[in-house]
Design a protein around this ligand. Structure first.
Ligand code: AMP
Length: 246
């Protein structure tokens, strides 16, 4: 199967050639047509399965349609647990959306850096990739509104819960309009993910991609027993020496 049978336009197909994506990964085969069809999605898939492009491609495609956009009203919100993932997801949107007939402005916002440039940069943003805490800060500064969000993506929902973002997520959900498309991705299923599923999703298409051995091999674990006061120095040493964990 090729990308051209999934309902994507020529402009996106040529972006895929540029990225050397020759054939869709399993999650992309299932998710892209369903999202283009306006369905909600529950995707159980690990990092490395190609899940980012599975939602970025159809969002970019759908947003090629003319849309009325009010100032500082984003059209798609991608919630992610960490700054690293925010940057990574934003980069995928940028790479895939760089040559589209209608320009889609995307931006990543996260904590730990000054809020002012993010407030200024919000002008004209269509797709916002955000960590929950910083998003709520920006909303409280009136930098943006979620009232016109058409697509909500929750990426790595299980990690978001593990990091304690449940309350922030629920606060964010209250600010969204009732009518919207919801895409929920998580590496694992749990009772809490089911709760979010029940709150957010309407008759979702469920896509489960089993982790391959290859994925699991990417993670190696190592433990050192050290006293409390030596934790920091040891970590600094390991980072400085670019210690080979692998
Ligand atoms: P993700 O799971 O979204 O983090 O993607 C994992 C990696 O797979 C990223 O480096 C992507 O650029 C790459 N990738 C995603 N889809 C494809 C594809 N269809 N063909 C080749 N590489 C891909």
């Amino acid at each position: 199967m090729s990308f051209s049978s999934l309902g994507l336009s020529e402009a996106l197909l040529s972006a895929l050639v540029q990225q050397n994506y020759s054939a869709p990964y399993p999650i992309q085969k299932e998710a892209i047509p369903a999202i283009l069809d306006g369905k909600d999605i529950l995707g159980i898939a690990q990092t490395g399965s190609g899940k980012t492009a599975s939602f970025a491609l159809p969002i970019l495609e759908l947003f090629q349609q003319p849309m009325k956009v009010k100032n500082r009203h984003i059209s798609a919100l991608i919630l992610v647990p960490t700054r690293e993932l925010a940057i990574q997801v934003n980069d995928v949107f940028k790479a895939l959306g760089s040559n589209l007939p209608k320009r889609i402005k995307t931006m990543a916002v996260y904590g730990g850096v000054s809020i002012n440039p993010q407030m200024i940069g919000m002008q004209g943003v269509d797709v916002l990739v955000a960590t929950p805490g910083r998003l709520l800060d920006l909303i409280s500064h009136k930098a943006l509104s979620l009232a016109e969000v058409k697509t909500l993506v929750i990426d790595e929902a299980d990690k978001m819960l593990n990091l304690g973002f449940e309350e922030e997520m629920k606060e964010i959900f209250k600010l969204l309009p009732n009518k919207r498309q919801n895409l929920l991705f998580s590496a694992t299923l749990s009772e809490k993910i089911e709760d979010i599923n029940n709150i957010l999703l309407t008759n979702p298409v469920v896509i489960k991609i089993e982790a391959t051995e290859e994925n699991l091999d990417l993670i190696k674990q190592l433990a050192y027993t050290v006293s409390e006061e030596r934790k920091g120095p040891l970590l600094r040493y390991l980072i400085k020496e670019n210690y080979a964990f692998w």
